[in-house]
Structure formats: structure tokens, C-alpha cells
Design a protein. Structure first.
Length: 191
């Protein structure tokens, strides 16, 4: 039995972006002040955070420095919904470039694949946050969830120490893989 190589981050990002972009484009202005499962963010702030992540992780794919010191208000700009889809496309292209998943990247010198998994997680989980905040359903592609499970389990203790994840939520045995992933990040998929 041979070990199959994991899917490329770019392929998983392509799938995740194809689901997240229409969700973002469908958010109406009346929902921008709504609370999200990320207690630090309302919909507008979470959209701006996700924009910043998508843009900065393009640089990280190219082994360049990223600047997370500011979160510009892109939602205040005309055409932000279409621009999100364009930036998500650039993110996919950046991670599809030769060498993007190799070596290390970022200020912490993390393995590039781990960094790629971080942006994949943000794109997936924050799409769920936004869907939940705006009263819509969201279920990511099972391949994306499968591509995240091991990496999220591995990064969870450090993410909790850094207050990126809340404490894990206990779920019943019948929980789906995505519900378990959400619970690992501190989100309760049942509420």
C-alpha cells in the first residue's frame, strides 16, 4: 500500500474560494453590522479581516513579507464584492506557483504547507461564520475539510495559546467532520 500525496493547497484553495466568493458577494449592506460567531468581529470587520488574510497570504505564498499590522476598510470601497473574488483568485494562483508549498515562509518561519493550510482554514471557517451571521447555510467541500483536519489538530494547542482558537467545544458522537473541525477552533456548530 502506497501513501498518496496530500492534495495541493492550491487545489483545496480553489475549491474553498469557489464556495466563499459567492457567499461574500451575496452579503447585503444591511447585514454588515450583524454579529458573527467570531465575537471580536461584526460582519463588516470579519469581511475586512478576511480580505486582509487573502491579500497577505498571496505574499506569503511567494515567500515575501506580509503586513498584518493594519486591516484596511475594503468593504467601504466600491466594488468590494467583486474584488473579493478577484483577490481570492490571486490567492489560488499564488499558491499554485512552483515552490509555493516548499520550504518555509512568514515571520515565524513555518512550513509553507502549514501556512497554506492556515489561509485555507480562514477561508473555510470564516465563510461559515459569515453564512451563520447572515442567515445562510454553508457546507464546505468534504475534500477541503479532509485537507484541514490533521493540520488543525496539530496547530490547535498553539492557536489556543495565541488566542486564535477558543477552547474546543464538546460535540456528540454523530457530529460531521466539518462540525468537529469547527468545534476544534472553538465554534459551536449547533448554535
Amino acid at each position: 500500500m502506497t501513501n498518496q500525496a496530500p492534495p495541493r493547497i492550491a487545489d483545496l484553495l480553489h475549491t474553498a474560494a469557489a464556495q466563499a466568493a459567492p457567499l461574500v458577494e451575496g452579503i447585503d449592506d444591511a447585514s454588515l453590522g450583524a454579529p458573527t460567531p467570531c465575537s471580536a468581529y461584526d460582519v463588516r470587520a470579519l469581511l475586512n479581516h478576511l480580505f486582509a488574510v487573502v491579500v497577505n497570504f498571496q505574499a506569503l505564498a511567494a515567500k515575501q513579507d506580509a503586513d498584518f499590522s493594519e486591516t484596511p476598510d475594503r468593504v467601504g470601497e466600491d466594488g468590494w464584492r467583486d474584488r473579493f473574488g478577484a483577490e481570492a483568485g490571486k490567492l489560488v494562483a499564488a499558491w499554485a506557483a512552483p515552490g509555493a508549498e516548499e520550504g518555509t515562509t512568514g515571520a515565524m518561519g513555518l512550513p509553507a504547507r502549514t501556512v497554506g493550510s492556515m489561509v485555507l482554514l480562514d477561508l473555510t471557517v470564516h465563510a461559515w461564520d459569515l453564512a451563520r451571521a447572515t442567515g445562510r447555510a454553508f457546507e464546505p467541500d468534504p475534500a477541503v475539510v479532509a485537507g484541514l483536519v490533521d493540520e488543525v489538530e496539530r496547530m490547535a494547542p498553539m492557536a489556543r495559546k495565541m488566542s486564535v482558537f477558543a477552547e474546543a467545544v464538546e460535540l456528540s458522537e454523530g457530529a460531521t467532520a466539518f462540525e468537529r473541525l469547527l468545534a476544534t477552533t472553538g465554534r459551536d456548530p449547533r448554535v
